[in-house]
Design a protein. Structure first.
Length: 748
């Protein structure tokens, strides 16, 4: 059992300036897990991310969520480097959900990009205050005092004062203004750019890491919820008699349904409250009687696909226009057309959604693996009808997320049930719950046309895409994609083509659509990068040579100049331009590393794709082997990534390797289908993901770049599917335009 305790300052480091109270630590068995909530008066805490004790121990607050990306290590590395701290004396604690930390939504591959500079500022601020404190103690010019490995050294005399000995003086000093800060020379960096192990590695390896599913509170009850199998349905009636007769079951209650669009609020359903998870999860089938299926009870994914494909062949809203596409297509020496399709996907993280909540006297405290702690705080407050100040969100480690855990509906479920029952509640979804009630990656249909001149050059490009928009989960009557969704592989198409038109058709929504790793880059990169390969074949050209030709001369693309609404992932286009030179560079690196052009045996081939997403450039070459029965294996993958400044290359490499596995799953195995509004898949027996036998030998080249940091968690996924399908064409001569791949189509 886990018992909350107020630890003394000697027992636990404290963090965060300006608050009262102690850090609340929790023990799960013998496993400690602390959350940043307060600082003592004896702690030097010049900002919300950092505190230094009088014994010299440094505590850095990780305000983003850890789900395998290494962000709990990466951002503290930046601060510690600028501080000149000894990494062995740094402790990382997890921030609660609180606006004082800035944006905490660990989504969109933004963490390093958004907080590299703020963490540098936090470290440099404290370092200069410590240097100034040493100068006061020595009565020496501050220019002669420099921080070095957890101490400040007086350059002329070699005198040294450890950080801890400077705390009392430093905390009396004014915080330097931004314009007064001095940052370290890049050549002096000790941690940034070096492959450091993640701070949670030992705990994870030893089974001591605390994930959401590990949290236990005294007196806690366990809940499992039977939700309507159709989005928008609600409970009509239920009989709890049989459920209550089961051992361990204590209560059966109803969570009111939220009508579509439901946003982050719970779907509703029948909840079984029990003394253990097993009892709770065995009882729901006995508890449910009848559920209403409106308004999406007739949704059929096959029929919907046909509807989307028909829409994609009709004119839509124009999102990008250059030149005269229709005229260029009519006059083309050769015309190429293709239709592409990508199905719904489920997130399927290893750790299912789980949350613990305790509501007492109108205040709620939760413990949960969430990517969006402030969003969870807001949603819980909304569900309970209380103020956000009355909700505390403690963030545990996440056993995977992929975007699913940025939607806090499961946290609100636990909070509502705790209020109803009057006890702490843990809600644990089953794998079946997770797959059948997800915020799905959008299904998408696309139509592309191109015209080639007599020399094989592409003179016209038409791209239509149709998909249910994410905003339709939050707002009614949304049928078109946003500029932020269309920027993901449609309006930002980088090829040097004179005549371009990109369009978006309408699509009604029938399930919860949400962010999924790489989001709309997945279908759009699949279509654009596959179609580029088709154009190379139509021109009789090598795919790599043709991609170089499509990219044209090195240039920075100004989409605003041609009237495109282009958010650029929320970043400045001046700092993060669409740079075809960087795209060409990763293309060339990956091709060379793969041995492109080398001879392969029969029914083996290489395919290539290059794509920019989340401000990062990734090229992938996949070598594929297809047996006579159409079964695909992947002996080797070569990747090149230019993500700008790299904080921890070990994590960049790991994210690219993981992206290959996820991309292979999306292409070969994963597929959500719907009949009569109900999801047909239920577990890893029928919603398949890549197993060990498909795992390729993966080589990742990280480009040495001083460009500003780009995204890392998501950009590796989009080029995998087209590279694989292009390789299959090279091996078999058969084009794959719809995912997931049907092996029967590839039989010899």
């Amino acid at each position: 059992m886990m018992t909350p305790e107020n630890f003394s300052r000697r027992d636990l480091l404290k963090t965060v300036a300006g608050l009262s109270g102690l850090v609340l630590g929790f023990h799960v068995g013998l496993r400690p897990f602390s959350f940043a909530s307060a600082a003592t008066t004896e702690t030097f805490a010049p900002n919300v991310y950092l505190s230094i004790e009088e014994n010299g121990d440094v505590t850095i607050v990780a305000h983003r969520s850890e789900m395998g990306t290494g962000i709990r290590t990466g951002l503290p590395m930046v601060l510690a480097d600028e501080l000149e701290a000894d990494w062995s004396r740094v402790k990382v604690v997890q921030a609660q959900g609180d606006p004082k930390y800035g944006d905490q939504n660990t989504d969109g591959s933004r963490s390093v990009r958004q907080f590299y500079q703020p963490m540098r500022v936090a470290g440099a601020t404290a370092r200069q205050m410590l240097e100034t404190a040493a100068a006061k103690i020595w009565d020496a010019p501050v220019q002669e005092c420099r921080a070095q490995n957890h101490a400040v050294v007086h350059s002329p005399t070699g005198r040294k004062l450890a950080f801890g000995g400077l705390v009392r003086v430093a905390e009396t000093l004014p915080v330097p203004a931004a314009g007064e800060l001095r940052f370290k020379d890049p050549k002096q960096r000790r941690y940034v750019g070096k492959p450091l192990p993640i701070v949670d590695l030992k705990d994870i390896v030893r089974g001591a890491a605390v994930f959401g599913i590990d949290i236990v509170l005294p007196g806690m009850k366990y809940a499992s919820i039977e939700r309507c199998p159709v989005y928008g349905g609600k409970v009509k009636s239920f009989d709890a008699k049989d459920a209550l007769a089961m051992p361990g079951v204590e209560r059966v209650v109803e969570i009111p349904a939220t009508a579509p669009p439901s946003g982050f609020l719970p779907l509703g359903g029948v909840a079984v409250i029990a003394s253990n998870t097993w009892a709770a999860q065995q009882a729901p089938a006995e508890a449910q009687d009848r559920l209403g299926f409106r308004p999406n009870g007739s949704h059929d994914s096959d029929a919907y696909r046909a509807e989307l494909e028909a829409t994609a062949r009709q004119s839509g809203h124009v999102a990008r226009r250059q030149g005269d596409v229709d005229s260029a297509l009519r006059s083309a020496a050769k015309r190429v057309e293709a239709d592409y399709f990508v199905p719904y996907y489920a997130h399927a993280p290893m750790e299912v959604p789980v949350a613990v909540a305790r509501v007492v006297d109108g205040k709620c405290e939760t413990w949960c693996p969430t990517q969006n702690p402030q969003g969870a705080r807001t949603t819980v407050a909304q569900a309970l009808g209380v103020g956000e100040a009355d909700v505390t969100v403690n963030v545990t480690l996440l056993g995977g997320g992929f975007g699913r855990k940025s939607k806090p509906d499961y946290v609100a479920e636990a909070a509502l049930l705790s209020k109803m029952v009057g006890a702490p509640i843990k809600v644990t979804w089953t794998r079946e719950d997770e797959i059948k009630h997800d915020y799905y990656h959008a299904i998408a249909a696309q139509h592309l046309e191109a015209g080639l001149d007599a020399d094989g050059a592409t003179t016209a490009w038409l791209h239509r895409t149709v998909f249910p928009a994410i905003e339709s989960t939050f707002q009614p009557d949304v049928t078109y994609g946003s500029a932020g969704e269309l920027q993901q592989g449609v309006t930002d198409m980088p090829y040097d083509i004179a005549n371009v038109r990109c369009e978006n058709g309408p699509a009604a929504n029938h399930v919860r659509i949400g962010w999924y790793r790489s989001v709309y880059n997945i279908p759009h990169a699949f279509a654009v990068c596959s179609f580029a390969d088709e154009l190379a074949a139509a021109a009789g050209a090598d795919p790599v040579d043709y991609l170089r030709r499509l990219l044209g001369a090195p240039r920075k693309i100004d989409l605003k100049a041609i009237g495109v609404d282009y958010p650029n992932y929320g970043a400045s286009i001046d700092d993060y331009p669409i740079d075809t030179a960087r795209m060409r560079a990763v293309l060339d690196i990956a091709a060379k590393a793969s041995g492109w052009g080398g001879k392969l045996p029969a029914r083996r081939g290489r395919g290539i794709a290059v794509h920019r997403s989340f401000l990062t450039y990734v090229a992938v070459v996949i070598e594929v082997a297809v047996d006579d029965q159409g079964q695909v294996s992947v002996p080797r993958v070569d990747m090149a990534v230019d993500c700008g400044l790299v904080v921890n290359p070990d994590r960049v490499r790991a994210q690219m390797e993981g992206a290959v596995i996820m991309g292979l799953s999306n292409t070969l195995y994963s597929n959500i289908s719907i009949k009569r509004g109900e999801i047909q898949q239920s577990n890893f027996t029928d919603y398949l993901v890549a197993r060990t036998d498909i795992t390729p030998e993966t080589h990742v080249t990280i480009v040495d770049s001083q460009a500003p940091p780009g995204g890392v968690g998501e950009p590796g996924v989009p080029p995998v599917a087209p590279a694989l399908c292009n390789a299959i064409f090279a091996a078999t001569g058969k084009r794959i335009r719809a995912l997931t791949i049907d092996p029967h189509l590839l039989r010899a």
